[in-house]
Design a protein around this ligand. Structure first.
Ligand code: FAD
Ligand code: DLZ
Ligand code: SF4
Length: 513
């Protein structure tokens, strides 16, 4: 019998993948490290290393279970430069009767897949990615079909559908759907942040680290002290560590930031979930279990589960609903080039220097750093949405277009005109000062609005509000802000706008990095 080639992509490292569900003994699993995927944007070195190592370990596990794997290494004797080339060669090599794949996480790759049947001359079956809890074709039913969508409506339906944190009577646990109001506390001065387990590189990971240093050493970021899980076993152990150790404080301090503490009580699981080593449902079930055992407060369990079955599933639905064309939206007409400090981390603004520095070191920053520090700056400074998207796609180890794009275009930049954000997430330095200790160690004064020492977030914020006042005049959620602006002394506003213009003119564009 002629084999089926089952092509598993780097972010499909799950044994319950739809393309593997009916695998036969004569079939071959194809996996390929290809230049095109590593360089279509110049991914962070650590992101490439993580993914290649996780791919190699996944292949080893499949082989140990007696599954034939055709694995192409980037530096192997047999190699390919693109997915299409890898598959074309594999179909010939194995004299395959057909190809089975699971749909990818990016429009770009789906378009590629749609061309394969004609190019290869064998049937190509593209199966849904049922690792997500809401199918692409079910999103409209759960989120609605209006021009604007509400995550909260979608989330409640997802709670009912999954039964997570629901009572036997079909009511939300604790009598409320959402405990977000309890999840906005700054960190107390004295609080112990638990040390993380680390996973020392084995021989396979060391080989990958060498390869990445050789081939992609000029990409952004560092490979030093690589200690992230790359196997299913270690990923499960990391999840277990999170739910027993960090989760109880995850909710309360979800929005807090502290200098030198990049992880705090966050799960650090996104890259493991997005590449398939962990399933979103199993993560939520592990969290729910500790709540039901009385070891985790409800605000923490609900907060985490909302991020996964709410935000994560929701942004994926938005991505596929709005593609193609979502990436070129620019409702606020932002066109300023990305400043060079996004790549160097060299800026006097301490909050940005910390968040970008941590991103370079570990390919990670937590949500509030991505949203309210870096994202807020991108919004206020009017940075070009296409350049901002590329940056976020490059620098985070969990970044794939389906999740990065809606977070950038919709959440931080309001570039889609408000598909799901009811108003722009804009804030002055006051928010950062309340939620972190960055300002105490900054050369700028967060209390000042104008002048050489004033915190740039302050004058940039009011400049942004004034610049877009007309556009937001009908937005009820902007009423208070616009009212405050209207009551400000005109000369004060003019001075802030002059400082903003001077600051923005002084930024050095990154150019090609
Ligand atoms: P936790 O704080 O522990 O949260 C738990 C989980 O919830 C995460 O692991 C993640 O799976 C999920 N989650 C939380 N918020 C979101 C969200 N807004 N969208 C989707 N999933 C969410 N997340 C990515 O996985 N990939 C990205 O490329 C990405 N880009 C982002 C870009 C911007 C501008 C912003 C504001 C957010 C982005 N996020 C992205 C969402 C979020 O910041 C990360 O998922 C989170 O920081 C990962 O860290 P964690 O695992 O410690 O998350
Ligand atoms: C991100 C990435 C990188 C850097 N390299 C590879 C690779 O060599 N081989 C592979 O199968 N996948 C890689 N990926 C993940 C893909 O880019 C991802 O599967 C698509 O973007 C679809 O989500
Ligand atoms: Fe950031 Fe302003 Fe605080 Fe400095 S003073 S850390 S620039 S918010």
């Amino acid at each position: 019998m002629k084999p089926t080639v089952r092509f598993v992509l780097g972010d499909q490292l799950s044994r319950d993948l739809s393309s593997l569900s009916d695998i036969q003994p004569c079939d071959v699993v194809l996996m390929a490290e290809v230049d095109e995927e590593a360089t279509y944007v110049r991914h962070h070195q650590r992101k490439i290393a993580f993914l290649f190592s996780a791919m190699r370990h996944f292949a080893i596990e499949l082989e140990a279970d007696g599954i034939a794997v055709d694995y192409l290494r980037l530096d192997g004797r047999r190699r390919a430069t693109s997915f299409t080339q890898a598959l074309t060669q594999a179909v010939e090599r194995h004299k395959a009767a057909r190809v089975v794949v699971t749909e990818p996480g990016e429009w770009r790759v789906l378009e590629m897949m749609r061309g394969w049947e004609a190019a290869l001359g064998v049937p190509v079956e593209i199966r849904p990615d049922d690792r997500f809890l809401c199918g692409r074709d079910e999103f409209a039913m759960l989120a609605g079909t209006g021009e604007t969508l509400l995550m909260e409506t979608f989330y409640r339906r997802m709670r009912e559908r999954t039964g997570l944190l629901m009572t036997d009577e079909g009511k939300p646990e604790g009598g409320r759907w959402n405990f977000d109001a309890e999840n906005r506390k700054p960190l107390p001065k004295r609080i112990d942040v638990p040390p993380r387990p680390d996973y020392a590189p084995d021989e396979t990971t060391r080989q990958v680290l060498d390869l990445v240093a050789r081939r992609f050493g000029n990409h952004f970021g560092s490979l030093e002290d690589f200690d992230y899980p790359v196997t299913r076993r270690d990923a499960l152990q990391y999840l277990e560590w999170f739910v027993t150790t960090a989760l109880p404080d995850f909710g309360t301090y979800e929005d807090a930031m502290r200098q030198g503490e990049p992880l705090l009580f966050h799960s650090h699981l996104s890259a493991l979930i997005n590449c398939g080593l962990l399933g979103p449902r199993e993560c939520c079930e592990a969290v729910e279990k500790t709540y039901r055992n009385g070891r985790t407060p409800l605000n923490a369990a609900e907060g985490f589960i909302r991020q996964i079955i709410g935000w994560r599933e929701f942004v994926r639905g938005v991505y596929w609903r709005e593609m193609p064309g979502y990436g070129t939206r620019n409702a606020l007409g932002a066109d300023r080039p990305l400043p060079d400090f996004f790549w160097t981390g060299e800026t006097e603004m301490n909050c940005l220097a910390q968040a970008i520095g941590e991103t370079a070191a570990s390919a990670y920053a937590h949500h509030i750093q991505r949203l309210m520090v870096i994202g807020n700056f991108c919004l206020l400074a009017g940075l070009d949405p296409v350049e901002v998207q590329e940056w976020y796609l490059v620098v985070y180890h969990d970044a794939y277009e389906w999740v990065e794009m809606p977070n950038v275009v919709g959440m931080i930049l309001y570039a889609d005109g408000g598909v799901f954000a009811t108003k722009p997430y804009a804030a002055s330095g006051n928010y950062i000062n309340k939620m972190s200790n960055y300002c105490g160690q900054c050369r700028f004064d967060v209390k000042q609005r104008t002048g050489e020492d004033a915190c740039p977030f302050n004058y940039l914020y009011w400049d942004f509000v004034a610049r877009h006042a007309e556009r937001f005049a009908d937005n009820r959620r902007m009423d208070r802000t616009l009212f405050t602006l209207g009551r400000m002394d005109e000369e004060k506003v003019a001075a802030m706008r002059r400082d903003a213009a001077y600051f923005l003119d002084g930024l050095t564009p990154a150019g090609t990095y």
